[in-house]
Design a protein around this ligand. Structure first.
Ligand SMILES: Cc1cc2nc3c(=O)[nH]c(=O)nc-3n(C[C@H](O)[C@H](O)[C@H](O)COP(=O)(O)O)c2cc1C
Length: 430
C-alpha cells in the first residue's frame, strides 16, 4: 500500500439501541458520575480523538408510557463533558445538540464556555431534530417545529453560532430571518468557530452539512454503503467549493473484542438476550411483517410467513436504515442475513445484525485489520464506537487493538497540544 491512512477513533457513552445493554446486573452502572469518569479515563488512555455524547431530546414514549426495557435517560452533555474536561484536559469532547430546540444566543454562549473549558478541544454534533415531543421540553420561545422548515432554521442557527464564536459572517450564511445577527462573544474561543460535525442522512441534510461542517457523522462504513456515502459527500463538498480533505467522515460502529474470533462469538452470544429485549424483538418483528404474531420465539427462527401485503416498514433511522421501505424487501433482507450465517441465527440475532450500525467482532488483529481496511477503502475516515453501556466495555479495545494500529503507524502515540479541529484533520506522522 503506497499511502498510510490514519485510522481515527472516537467513542460514545452511553450507547443506543440495539447495542446498549439493559442487563439488570449493569443497570446501576449506566448513568452514574463514576461510570462517566471511568469511561473518560479509558478513552483518554486510548488516545481517542474525542468523547462523544448523543442527545435524547425527549424520552421515547409508547402508548403505555416510557418503556421499561430500554436504557433510559441521559445526562446533559455540556454539563457532563465540561466536568470531564477538568479531569482529562487533553481529551476532546463532542456534544450532540439539537438546533431548533435551542435559542441561538443561549446555545452559542454555552458552546463558547465549552470551548474555553476544553482548551479548544470541543465539538458540536449538529442534529436537526424531528422529534415532535421535544419542543415541549426544550423550546421556550422559538418557533414551533411544525411552522418551520427544520433545515433552514437549523442553518440559520448554525451560522449564528459560527458567527458568535468565529467573529465573522461566512459567505454561505443565510440572511437572518428568525433571529437578529450574532455579536462576537468574548474572550475569543481558542478554535474560533466550534468544530462541527453533523449527523444526518437525507439529501437535504447532506447538502446542508457539506455547506459548513468540519465533519459528518453517519451509520455507513461498509464497503458498499460507506464508499457510496463517502463519494457523495466529497462530490457535494466540491459543489460547495470546499476542499474534501478539510472535512472528515466518522461512522458509528459497534465493536466486540475478545482474545480471538471464537471467544468474541461466544461473548456475543451470551449478550444477545440483553441486547434486544423480548418486547423489542416482538415490536420490530411486528413492524417489519406488518402483522401481530400470536406466538413469537425470539430464540427461534424467522417467522415463516409472508408479510402483510402492501405494508411499508417505518422503524426510523437508527434501526430502520436498511429495513425501512416495502415489507417484502425487509423480510428478504432478514432471510439473506440468516442464510449468510448458515441459516442458524435466531430471530433476535438476525434483527441485531440487520440494524443500521455496522458490527465488527473478533480478536485484536482481526478488528484492527477491518478498521484499517474500511479506512483504506475510503468507506470512512474514522469511527465513533458506540459501545455496550458498561463503563469498562472498551478496555480490551484500548489495551489490545490500539497497540496494533500504533505498530502499523496508522494511529497516534501521544496527544499533542492542539485544537479538536487540528486533531481531526491530522494525518499520520511520517
Ligand atoms: C449517526 C447518526 C446519529 C444521530 N444521533 C442523534 C442524536 O444523538 N440525537 C438526535 O436527536 N438525533 C440524532 N440523529 C438524527 C438527526 O437528528 C437527524 O437525522 C438529522 O439531523 C437530519 O435529519 P435527516 O437525515 O432525516 O434529514 C442522528 C443521525 C445519525 C445519522
Amino acid at each position: 500500500m503506497s499511502e498510510r491512512r490514519r485510522v481515527r477513533i472516537a467513542a460514545q457513552y452511553n450507547a443506543e439501541d440495539p447495542y446498549e445493554i439493559w442487563h439488570p446486573d449493569l443497570a446501576d452502572e449506566l448513568n452514574t458520575e463514576d461510570s462517566f469518569r471511568k469511561v473518560a479515563a479509558i478513552y483518554r488512555e486510548g488516545l481517542f480523538d474525542f468523547y462523544f455524547q448523543a442527545e435524547t431530546a425527549a424520552l421515547p414514549m409508547g402508548e403505555k408510557g416510557v418503556p421499561e426495557f430500554r436504557v433510559m435517560g441521559r445526562l446533559d452533555n455540556l454539563v457532563t463533558q465540561s466536568w470531564l474536561a477538568s479531569l482529562h484536559p487533553d481529551l476532546g469532547f463532542v456534544a450532540t445538540i439539537n438546533t431548533g430546540n435551542n435559542l441561538p444566543y443561549d446555545l452559542a454562549r454555552r458552546l463558547h464556555s465549552f470551548d474555553l473549558l476544553t482548551h479548544g478541544r470541543s465539538g458540536w454534533n449538529v442534529v436537526l431534530g424531528g422529534n415532535p415531543h421535544a419542543h415541549v421540553n426544550h423550546r421556550a420561545k422559538a418557533v414551533a417545529e411544525r411552522d418551520v422548515d427544520r433545515y433552514s432554521l437549523g442553518l440559520e442557527i448554525v451560522h449564528y453560532v459560527l458567527e458568535a464564536l468565529g467573529g465573522g459572517r461566512s459567505a454561505q450564511a443565510p440572511a437572518p430571518h428568525h433571529f437578529p445577527a450574532a455579536a462576537r462573544l468574548l474572550p475569543a474561543a481558542r478554535q474560533g468557530a466550534p468544530f462541527t460535525i453533523q449527523a444526518g442522512d437525507s439529501a437535504r441534510s447532506r447538502d446542508l452539512a457539506t455547506s459548513y461542517a468540519d465533519g459528518l457523522y453517519t451509520h455507513y462504513s461498509d464497503e458498499v454503503n460507506g464508499t457510496a456515502f463517502y463519494r457523495d459527500i466529497h462530490d457535494r463538498l466540491r459543489r460547495h467549493g470546499r476542499d474534501p480533505r478539510t472535512v472528515k467522515i466518522y461512522s458509528r460502529l459497534a465493536i466486540l473484542v475478545a482474545e480471538n474470533a471464537d471467544a468474541a462469538r461466544e461473548k456475543h452470544k451470551a449478550l444477545l438476550p440483553y441486547q434486544l429485549h423480548d418486547n423489542q424483538v416482538r415490536r420490530y418483528a411486528e413492524e417489519i411483517w406488518g402483522k401481530t404474531f400470536a406466538e413469537l420465539d425470539p430464540e427461534g427462527p424467522l417467522p415463516n410467513e409472508a408479510p402483510a401485503a402492501g405494508h411499508v416498514v417505518k422503524l426510523g433511522l437508527s434501526y430502520g436504515l436498511y429495513l425501512d421501505g416495502p415489507s417484502e424487501k425487509a423480510v428478504a433482507r432478514l432471510h439473506d442475513i440468516s442464510a449468510r450465517h448458515g441459516g442458524s441465527l435466531s430471530l433476535r440475532e438476525t434483527l441485531i445484525l440487520a440494524s443500521g450500525t455496522h458490527y465488527i467482532m473478533g480478536g485484536p488483529v482481526e478488528v484492527a485489520t477491518e478498521l484499517r481496511r474500511l479506512v483504506d477503502l475510503r468507506a470512512t475516515d474514522g469511527f465513533v464506537i458506540a459501545p455496550h453501556s458498561a463503563p469498562h466495555w472498551l478496555e480490551p479495545f484500548v489495551r489490545h487493538v490500539v497497540p496494533v494500529l500504533q505498530d502499523w503507524g496508522v494511529y497516534a502515540t501521544r496527544y499533542q497540544d492542539e485544537t479538536l479541529r487540528e486533531r481531526v484533520l491530522r494525518e499520520v506522522e511520517v
